[in-house]
Design a binder for this molecule. Structure first.
Ligand code: SAM
Length: 339
């Protein structure tokens, strides 16, 4: 059963953040020294996530992506994977990870029924990684990717391209992705959440990314596809497929079927939304599935968010939020909403 919002977009893809904690401090996401964390007592347990997922499924959700924070710092994540993978309605169960802990968990995740894995990888240079993510973890990330490839997980890589930081590695990353049998997606630097150092000048646009690739490989052919996936996909003459996620210069709001559940049970209808809908409280106060369903339906059918498109319309564009705003409400953070 499809639940449509005011712009005719279906409720389809749920991104479940399982923790706001992360073991990296990427400059475009978590640049501050200190953070306000979600209270532990508020974090949904696996059974609560499972119950909410069932309610969402009754309204049309059939794809779940586990994210965070870093999902693999959540204790015993494979148990949640097993619980969700067993749901008869689930068509796609993916996880986005920074890869640091992936090699340690890859077998358990496979065994638990995870369908596919996306690893964030912005550079292949150890010193650059350390500067960008504040931890010297590139070797473990690479081991994680290799372990996931060896375990035959369908594999994607996500690269945020930032001018003057890693825009000289686009081709090297594409080559490495090919060698791993992974599809790489280049993401435009977004001005959301913790990106308090964002500036327009540092965004490498879809055109810039395609130019860098075309200069090396020659003609790049766009793939004709329809759907809600944020990446536009392209093919090189040797058959290699890659994606570009142009969330900043050419947002995909018109086809956006995704919503986000934070680790403490707030539901966000747009990555840019100022406020979420509290599902934890009714859940813990004993609301029935029918009552939760009514709450979710009411919110989704009223949804008209086009956060990224509205940002695009601004003449002056600077970071969406300041560090002070984020401290007052950690739910505004990308690492809380799950990117
Ligand atoms: N820790 C996991 C990881 O690193 O993939 C999952 C959470 S992370 C917030 C999810 C995705 O958001 C990552 O691919 C990350 O690169 C992306 N992201 C975070 N801040 C971003 C920004 N300012 N612009 C574009 N992408 C961003």
């Amino acid at each position: 059963m499809a639940t449509l919002d005011r712009l005719g977009r279906r409720l389809g893809n749920l991104r479940v953040s399982v923790t706001d904690r992360c073991n990296l401090r990427c400059a475009y996401c978590m640049p501050e020294r200190d953070y306000v964390w979600l209270p532990r007592k508020d974090i949904l347990d696996f059974e609560e996530i499972g119950r909410l997922s069932d309610v969402f499924a009754g309204l049309g959700v059939d794809r779940i992506r586990l994210t965070g924070g870093e999902p693999l710092v959540r204790h015993d994540l494979p148990t949640l994977v097993r619980l969700l993978a067993g749901k008869p309605w689930l068509r796609d169960l993916a996880m986005t990870t920074n890869g640091v802990l992936l090699a340690d968990h890859v077998e358990a995740l496979k065994d638990a029924g995870l369908h596919r894995v996306t690893v964030s990888l912005d550079t292949l240079r150890p010193e650059r990684f350390r500067e960008l993510a504040r931890f010297d973890e590139l070797p473990r990330v690479l081991r994680g990717i290799e372990a996931a490839a060896a375990a035959r997980f369908p594999l994607k890589l996500d690269t945020v391209v930032i001018r003057g930081v890693n825009d000289d590695e686009i081709v090297a990353l594409l080559e490495r992705a090919k060698a791993w049998g992974a599809e790489i997606r280049f993401i435009e630097y977004m001005d959301v959440g913790g990106a308090t150092h964002w500036s327009r000048e540092r965004v490498v646009s879809r055109e810039g990314i395609l130019r860098a690739i075309g200069d090396t490989y020659g003609p790049v052919e766009p793939l004709e596809e329809q759907g809600s996936a944020p990446a536009e996909r392209f093919r090189l003459t040797d058959g290699t497929v890659f994606g570009v996620i142009a969330s900043t210069t050419a947002p995909f709001c018109a086809a956006c079927d995704r919503s986000r559940l934070t680790a403490d049970g707030l539901w966000y209808l747009c990555l840019y939304a100022a406020q979420g809908i509290d599902l934890r409280r009714p859940l813990r106060e004993g609301a029935s599935a029918e009552q939760l369903r009514a709450l979710i339906t009411g919110a989704w059918t009223f949804r008209a968010d086009r956060g990224a498109e509205e940002r695009l319309g601004l003449r002056e564009r600077s970071p969406l939020l300041r560090a002070g705003d984020l401290k007052k409400d950690p739910h505004l953070e990308m690492h809380t909403r799950g990117g």
